[in-house]
Design a protein around this ligand. Structure first.
Ligand code: GLA
Length: 538
């Protein structure tokens, strides 16, 4: 009988090789390989897409995958199923003059749940830790395919925003850490504080309200904003209007909550219909990740904004259209063609003198591009947020009103002190901003850090602002005859002037007016002809 004899020396060879291969595969599985595309998701927060390359234990992010996320390159290890990654970036990238560059570190620590999912805690310098997941996604999810923008054409004027829009926006105070109740509270406070009476109308929900899309592709609110239609109905019930926020890119920019939120790329018409159906009256449309799917050209910028401008018009609802692409490609020259009612002219404002000063005064030269229904937007107000003095906030408000800027309060309306109220609700100053007979502001004079700005107003009047941008009080003057009034047939005139912050008359005498203006402060006058047009008033 033939017995099966295993060769004593040969039999172990194959199984050992097999075992080794198996052990290697198991090790790799436990170890994981992160090479590929991943989404970092936070509950009720943002999403950022990352591409990783892994060699041995070492993991490196290849590039920000064109949407969301403002971090630098992430590097670290994946060892025994444990992930540790860190990035260090300068924040802000260009610190203000004199300020030291600060570094900001972002650290991701995670535990692999399976080959495609890692539970992660992200900790960025100065922020609360965020819990989220890294989930493997396809390349297409991370880098959506470019859809060519439409051929350029002029979108008809929607007839809205005949004066610069006024309202409140969530971003400056809350970034994306707010919810439905915050917005309702702000609508209540808009009415009870007197802001609504002063003209503030739109309550705008900025970044942070989306989760993604439902099975039918319809954009959805997240856990903090469970019913955007009900929210709109509530704000309307207060006699106010409501605004919403999206992006021409696949995602919005990213706030404190770990990446960008859902944008409207590829869903423009559908989203416009949804916003209209929910009852929204205003859309802020923020470029953000659009750079990942469009080229950095004027044509692509204009085309991307035109696409939504046309979609909004098609809904038949009166929706104010607010462009936000930080003033690139001289948007003031073509923003109106996309159907835009207002367009941001600069990067983001911060609650600091140097930021507000730089942005505000940079807008004077482009003021002539304003037209009824189409306004330069030097960004939202910081009044009441605590980073500037009362003089600086009065400068902020005076400058924005002389510029005919949209007045979107960016503070907590529920807790305003009297000083903040006196600045935001100064009806004489607001009247300059809202002058229906719009004429642009210009520089009457500039000497060192002193500037005199002049804006002709309807009703044969002028607003004149004496600004001291310097660190010490300054004497600033102008000649009365620099104000070119329509003096009528007989040329007689007697001027009357009001100090709009002191709320009292100013004596008109001699050739010039001189005031001592505090550091970073302003004296704002309205000058008209006593007795009205033509001026017989001796
Ligand atoms: C950009 C805009 C801001 C705000 C944020 C949200 O920075 O300019 O006004 O909307 O995005 O991330």
């Amino acid at each position: 009988m033939k017995t099966l004899r295993l060769h004593p020396r040969r039999w172990p060879r194959l199984p050992i090789a097999l075992l080794l291969a198996l052990a290697g595969a198991l090790l790799l599985l436990a170890q994981g390989d992160m090479t590929g595309y991943w989404a970092f998701r936070v509950k009720d927060g943002g999403v950022s897409f990352l591409q990783f390359q892994q060699t041995g234990d070492t993991v490196t992010s290849v590039a920000a995958a064109g949407r969301g996320g403002r971090g630098g390159t992430l590097t670290g290890t994946l060892k025994d199923g444990k992930l540790h990654l860190a990035s260090t970036v300068n924040a802000p990238a260009q610190p203000p003059a004199g300020a030291a560059a600060q570094t900001r570190q972002t650290v991701y620590d995670g535990v692999m749940e399976n080959a495609d999912r890692i539970a992660v805690t992200m900790q960025a310098t100065g922020r609360d830790p965020l819990k989220g997941t890294l989930e493997r996604v396809t390349r297409e999810e991370a880098y959506p395919t470019r859809i060519p923008p439409p051929d350029l054409r002029d979108v008809p004027d929607n007839g809205l925003a005949r004066t610069p829009p006024m309202g409140w926006n969530s971003w400056n105070k809350f970034q994306d850490v707010f919810d439905d109740a915050t917005v309702r509270g702000m609508a209540d406070a808009m009415v009870s504080s007197g802001m609504a009476k002063a003209g503030y109308t739109y309550i705008v929900v900025d970044e942070g309200w989306t989760s993604g899309r439902d099975a039918n592709g319809k954009i959805t609110g997240n856990g903090k904003f469970p019913d955007m239609k009900a929210l709109a109905a509530y704000v309307h019930s207060k006699g106010l209007k409501i605004g919403i926020y999206s992006s021409p890119g696949p995602q919005s920019c990213s706030g404190k909550m770990g990446g960008g939120y859902q944008g409207s790329f590829g869903h423009e018409e559908e989203d416009a219909r949804t916003f209209a159906d929910w009852g929204y009256d205003y859309l802020k449309y923020d470029w953000c990740s659009a750079g990942g799917v469009y080229s950095n050209t004027t044509e692509d910028n204009q085309g991307a904004y035109q696409k939504m401008g046309e979609a909004l018009l098609k809904t038949g609802r009166a929706i104010v259209y607010s462009l936000c692409q930080y003033g690139s490609h001289d948007v003031w020259k073509w923003g109106a063609k996309t159907g835009g009612n207002l367009w941001r002219t600069t990067g983001d404002i911060a609650d600091r003198w140097d930021s507000m000063e730089r942005i505000g005064f940079a807008n004077i030269d482009i003021a002539p591009y304003n037209r009824t229904g189409h306004w330069n937007d030097p960004d939202m107000l910081e009044v009441g947020n605590g980073g500037m003095t009362a003089d600086e906030y009065r400068t902020h408000m005076s400058l924005w009103c002389l510029l005919a800027a949209p007045l979107m309060a960016g503070n907590d309306l529920r807790t305003m002190n009297d000083e903040t109220k006196s600045i935001l609700m100064n009806s004489d100053v607001i009247a300059i901003d809202q002058d229906r007979d719009f004429k642009p502001v210009s520089r009457l004079s500039q000497e060192g850090k002193s500037e005199v700005l002049l804006r002709p107003l309807g009703g044969n009047a002028f607003a004149i602002g004496l600004f001291n941008r310097g660190d010490k009080p300054a004497e600033i003057a102008f000649r009365w005859d620099a104000l070119k009034f329509d003096t009528g047939l007989y040329g007689f005139r007697r001027l009357q002037a009001q100090d709009l912050w002191k709320h009292g008359p100013v004596t008109v005498a001699g050739d010039t007016y001189t005031a001592t203006v505090p550091s970073h402060g302003v004296v704002l006058l309205k000058v008209s002809i006593a007795g009205g047009r033509g001026g017989f008033g001796f």
